[in-house]
Design a protein around this ligand. Structure first.
Ligand code: ADP
Length: 596
């Protein structure tokens, strides 16, 4: 991204705070005037004192008067400058905080509107996306802050100082002006040299945060395999790369800074020699005071240039981070597509015809899948792990779009459906990851934010979880994340009751739960199934044989379909799964035990 690109993107976030900008700019202007006062006072003082000591009528009273006036002016100027600096920094910071808030709010709203595929592509994995956003917001809001409390004051002061130098003596002004482009050239060279390194550091930062996140997520596995050492070494390597990169960048930076300080000193020396020479040849208007005057003004001219590399660094960071950040804000193609179709009543008759689907990473998950999900009936999707069952649910919920083939709901192509309305009418119960940090009541109400407490209680009763909730010390106000897996699952089912959708997708709702919890959930599910279109994915034969219709999937293809009994008698994969499941449950012994 170029500086203009950055400004074009950032300005809309700053413009709403017009008044803050106007006040800050006005303060900046007054502050810059104040910055020149020292030079003017020194010029006058030196000349006045010089004249005084050379005059035959020298008196201490005159000297005291000069010193008193000088002290009052300088101290007064400091007080005004301090007040201005305070407000300048305060308003600059205020702007930074407000812009940072606006950027964060917009990016979150934006991300929420993105289609599912966005979150699955390499650059957007949780850690990377988070670091792109965090660093983007921080660096962009710092840019705004820097502009108002550093760049603008420094450059205004430099331009004013240069103007004063020209007004006092054209040649001295010209020398000062000629030195400026050399500084810019060197700084620009520095920035170019260091750009690659900084980009590298940025990428390494992403790798570090991703690595730490992975460690936290897999800590149990790491510990159980005693692989702490390997993980530590792996992180150490990333850190080492980053350290090397940082050191190389710093080395270059110090080298260039040294060069710039040297150039600045050359500038000062040139100004001293030139002004001294002009005084010696008695050039009109040139006095000893003017030597001081020009040296001090030149230090104001070169002040922003001294800071320029830092400003450049910050700007470069901002350019790198802005690319990632605004990339998110402007990813219009990532926004979830929606149609207009919003029928008053949704029956839940899905028809898939020759659907092919490949995930963004290239995994082909479905091959020419055709199936019909009858409204008001229970359809089970059966198959081994990775067969494509969850993918079908992902497509029916419009999280992803098929590459070819058609999916219809109640006779209308799914892409014609209003996405929000579609999801309003679908309830999704997943295996895990569906309970938020918050109270039980909040978690159930998530299904319908308008629901009353009575509705929440009713839903909890329907999901067979009410008694257990009220037995908790804080009842419905207890933390939902503190509940057991089975209880959380029933909270999710209660949420479905409160949402009351005509279509329900249950994706392995009882996986990894104990037998008692599974039975309780089966009761809850049996209750919620009534009069709805249900698709259930389960490895639990007990739940599958309750279905009206079964589709058996194998490696992304439908290989069998029919009622559970029909499909069983066809033989094939379903029979294999069924028999293996019965054997693994030791069904014969169970039957014997029950009879005995
Ligand atoms: P099932 O639900 O039957 O266990 P899935 O539908 O989850 O199977 O997966 C089908 C195939 O798609 C698998 O090969 C799986 O690795 C792949 N897959 C699932 N989700 C994703 C994803 N988000 N990105 C890429 N590939 C995926």
């Amino acid at each position: 991204m170029t500086i203009w690109g950055l400004l074009r993107n950032l300005i809309p976030f700053v413009l709403p705070y017009k008044w803050l900008i106007i006040v800050t700019v006005a303060l900046t202007f007054v502050g810059s005037l104040m910055a020149q006062v020292n030079a003017v006072v020194l010029d006058r003082t030196v000349d006045a004192i010089n004249a005084l000591i050379q005059a035959p009528s020298f008196t201490w009273a005159q000297a005291t008067r000069i010193l008193t006036v000088v002290s009052i002016i300088l101290l007064g100027k400091e007080v005004v400058a301090a007040v201005i600096t305070f407000f300048q920094r305060y308003y600059g910071e205020k702007m930074r905080i407000l812009v940072s808030r606006d950027l964060s709010v917009q990016v979150v709203e934006r991300i929420l509107s993105f289609r599912m595929a966005f979150f699955n592509t390499g650059d957007n994995e949780t850690g990377k996306l988070q670091s792109r956003i965090d660093r983007g917001v921080m660096s962009l809001s710092n840019t705004v802050n820097n502009f108002f409390i550093e760049i603008l004051p420094l450059f205004t002061s430099a331009v004013l100082a240069l103007g004063l130098m020209f007004m006092a003596n054209f040649y001295v002004g010209l020398v000062a002006l000629c030195i400026v482009p050399i500084y810019f050239y060197v700084t620009n060279l520095q920035a170019k040299r260091m750009k690659g390194g900084r980009r590298h550091i940025f990428e390494n930062h992403q790798r570090v945060s991703q690595g730490i996140l992975n460690i936290i997520e897999s800590i149990t596995v790491i510990k159980s395999f005693n692989r702490e050492d390997i993980e530590a070494r792996r992180q150490e390597q990333v850190q080492q790369d980053m350290t090397d990169q940082q050191m190389a960048t710093r080395r270059q930076s110090y080298l260039f800074n040294g060069l710039k300080t040297f150039l600045e000193q050359i500038g000062t020396v040139l100004i001293i020699i030139l002004t001294a020479y002009l005084v010696l040849i008695d050039y009109p208007g040139m006095t000893i005071g003017k030597i001081m005057y020009h040296v001090m003004l030149f230090s104001n001219v070169s002040a922003p240039i001294r800071q320029l590399h830092r400003i450049y660094d910050d700007m470069n960071d901002a350019l790198i981070y802005a690319e990632g950040f605004f990339g998110i804000l402007h990813a219009d193609h990532e926004v979830e597509a929606t149609g207009q179709f919003r029928p008053a009543e949704v029956k839940g008759c899905f028809e898939m015809q020759d659907v092919d689907f490949t995930y963004p990473n290239g995994t082909k998950a479905l091959h020419s899948v055709s199936m019909r999900i009858e409204p008001g009936k229970i359809t089970a999707l059966v198959g081994l792990s990775g067969a494509g069952k969850s993918t079908i649910v992902n497509l029916l919920d419009k999280f992803y779009h098929p590459q070819s083939g058609s999916i219809r709901l109640d006779g209308m192509e799914l892409h014609e459906w209003d996405t929000q309305w579609l999801r309003e009418n679908i309830g999704l119960v997943l295996q895990k990851n569906h309970i938020f940090s918050g109270s039980i009541e909040e978690n159930i109400r998530y299904g319908n934010p308008q629901a009353t407490h009575e509705d929440v209680v009713r839903a909890a009763r329907q999901a067979y979880i009410y008694d257990q909730i009220v037995a908790l010390p804080k009842g419905f106000d207890s933390q939902a994340l503190e509940l057991s897996g089975g209880q959380q699952q029933r909270i999710a089912i209660a949420r479905m009751f409160i949402k009351n959708p005509p279509i329900i997708f249950l994706d392995e709702p009882t996986a990894s739960l104990d037998a008692i919890a599974t039975e309780q959930i089966k009761n809850s599910i049996d209750a919620i199934k009534q009069g709805r279109t249900v698709i259930i994915i389960s490895h639990n034969i007990g739940q599958i044989i309750d279905a009206d219709q079964i589709y058996v999937l194998e490696r992304g293809r439908v290989v069998q379909s029919g009622t559970p009994t029909e499909v069983y008698h066809q033989g094939g994969l379903y029979k294999e799964i069924f028999d293996a499941s019965a054997r693994s449950m030791n069904a014969d012994k169970i039957a014997e035990t029950l009879q005995g």
